[in-house]
Design a protein around this ligand. Structure first.
Ligand SMILES: C[S@@+](CC[C@H](N)C(=O)[O-])C[C@H]1O[C@@H](n2cnc3c(N)ncnc32)[C@H](O)[C@@H]1O
Length: 188
């Protein structure tokens, strides 16, 4: 899976005046820790798997800068977003697969609906990780999506994701497993 470290997070934080980070899919906490190392002092992250959630808290040495939420991102996002009304965000959407139950393991489409209905994201930087899951042109390569997902045609497509952020500049990153990066246009 991709790493937040593949992106110039500190540069984004400074250039766009970002004040907090929101992550879905904590995993073992690498992304949240990279956020802190990049200068964020307010990082909210959620994880559906209890073992990962516990491990991530341990790996961060119980960082006072990170708030760890346990639960499905679709359930947790509204509560998390309520804590972030005054912030400009780095949003790292990285919840997928892992140990999540089959019906909850690809929450991106619902996450995007919640996110864009609850907040004006125009000043936020949004990174959707693991583009190979959503870009159908990548399915025929080394990555076999059918090994991971029962009904791949149900997964939101790259084009549909882009449709959520029409006011942003889009960068397609091909590093690791690929990512879609949405940058604010206003401060250009
Ligand atoms: C690729 S890992 C996350 C890596 C982490 N974001 C990082 O940057 O190091 C994906 C994680 O998403 C979690 N996940 C899957 N579906 C989820 C859901 N619906 N809600 C929250 N977490 C979910 C998995 O359990 C797994 O730990």
């Amino acid at each position: 899976m991709g790493s937040l470290g593949a992106h110039p997070i500190k540069e984004y934080r400074e250039k766009y005046g970002l004040t907090a980070m929101l992550e879905t899919g904590t995993g073992h906490g690498e992304g949240a820790n990279i956020g802190v190392r990049s200068g964020f002092t307010k990082v909210l992250t959620c994880e559906i798997d209890k073992d990962n959630w516990n491990r991530a808290m341990d790996e961060s040495n119980r960082s006072p800068f990170i708030q760890f939420y346990l639960g499905d991102s679709v359930k947790m996002l509204p509560t998390m977003l309520d804590q972030l009304n005054e912030e400009k965000l780095l949003i790292w959407l990285d919840a997928h697969l892992g140990e999540a139950p089959t019906d909850k393991r690809l929450p991106l489409e619902k996450e995007l609906q919640i996110l864009t209905s609850k907040r004006d994201c125009r000043k936020d930087v949004i990174i959707v990780d693991d583009l190979r899951l959503y870009d159908r042109t990548l399915w025929d390569g080394a990555f076999n999506v059918f090994e991971h997902v029962k009904n791949p045609e149900m997964i939101i497509s790259k084009e549909e994701i882009e449709g959520f952020f029409l006011n942003h500049k889009i960068i397609v990153s091909t590093k690791n497993e690929g990512a879609l990066v949405f940058l604010p246009r206003e401060s250009e």
